[in-house]
Ligand binder design. Structure first.
Ligand code: FVH
Length: 294
């Protein structure tokens, strides 16, 4: 049988908490890893583990066909790589810095002008998870560029290519944050209510977890309704849900806890009902979510 190809060389630029974790994962997977950071001392531990410290940014970029960048924000990435005169010609840049979709598309434009191939990315993990399957890392940009470097990028975690639009990774990142904070906020609302009668957070948590898991099961069916644009009330009509929302507001106010979140949900449902959707099912609210906020 043919021998497996040797792990490809890779450069990591930016050695903050996340960049150090990224470089460490490449090293552990056997990739010859070159590192560069503005504050050079942050490379010391990685060098002790086998990384090569590039004396200059230019040498770091020249050391590998693939450079993974992870800085504070996109302004820092553009200052360091887009406008500093750095030689990017022939390099593939994978930018794992957090930002928005417009910044990702803009970075793709300036990188192309400088002769680089560019993939954007979003890390949905904490540094200690990097290098394990729990680290979800999303990529967007040209599929052939992702395919060319997927064997290297896979050392970082569970990597996914979302599509050619460079903005997709950032948009999925924000969509994921919307899920995360919405679930947590809903749990905090219920916890605040129950604490007023002496039920502590730990007691409520298993029940809340069961509800969240149950609701997650509804998503594929509700997604079909949204994609069809048809919302028959198979389980419950929005006007029925709206009566339960009124209880949520009343209970919150009566208990003296914050009612802003229940009122926000109630107001969106009220607008949808006023627009004639009261007899339809909950996902019809996508029409309210799809409008600019007033
Ligand atoms: N840490 C985490 O858990 C999250 C998880 C999800 C995604 N993020 C994003 O990753 C980016 C970097 O985050 P970080 O935690 O590594 O951040 P820091 O430890 O603060 O390191 C920042 C690095 O950026 C370098 N840097 C900043 N500005 C410049 C610049 N103008 N020129 C060159 N380098 C710059 C900084 O260098 P230094 O201060 O050490 O010299 C660090 O290497 C971020 O987008 C998160 O949202 C992490």
């Amino acid at each position: 049988a043919a021998a497996a190809p040797a792990p490809a060389p890779v450069t990591v630029v930016g050695l903050g908490l996340m960049g150090q974790a990224l470089a460490g994962a490449f090293l552990r997977a056997g990739h010859p890893t070159t590192v560069w950071n503005r504050t050079a001392s942050k490379a010391d531990q990685l060098v002790a583990e086998g990384a090569r410290r590039a004396p200059t940014l230019g040498e770091a970029l020249g050391a590998s066909p693939l450079t993974v960048v992870c800085l504070t924000d996109y302004d820092a990435v553009r200052d360091l790589l887009g406008t500093s005169g750095a030689d990017l010609d022939g390099t593939t840049l994978v930018n794992l810095t957090s930002g928005d979709s417009a910044q990702a598309r803009e970075a793709a434009r300036w990188a192309a002008k400088l002769g680089a191939r560019y993939l954007d990315g979003a890390i949905m993990a904490i540094p200690s998870a990097i290098g394990t399957a729990d680290a979800v890392i999303l990529h967007s940009g040209p599929a052939p560029d992702f395919a060319a470097h997927e064997p290297t990028l896979a050392a970082l975690g569970t990597v996914t290519h979302l599509g050619a639009d460079h903005g997709l990774a950032s948009l999925y990142d924000v969509a994921g944050l919307a899920m995360m904070w919405s679930v947590l906020n809903a749990w905090l609302q219920g916890t605040a209510l129950l604490r007023t009668v002496g039920v502590d957070a730990a007691t409520y948590a298993p029940f809340a977890r069961q509800i969240a898991a149950g609701v997650a099961e509804w998503l594929p069916g509700y997604a079909e309704q949204i994609d069809r644009g048809s919302f028959p009330a198979e389980v419950s009509a929005l006007e029925t849900d709206a009566r339960a929302m009124a209880h949520m507001v009343e209970e919150s106010e009566a208990a003296g806890v914050n009612a802003e979140l229940p009122k926000l949900i109630q107001a969106m449902a009220a607008r949808s009902i006023a627009a004639g959707h009261g007899a339809e099912q909950y996902p019809v609210l996508i029409e309210e979510f799809g409008k600019p906020s007033g």
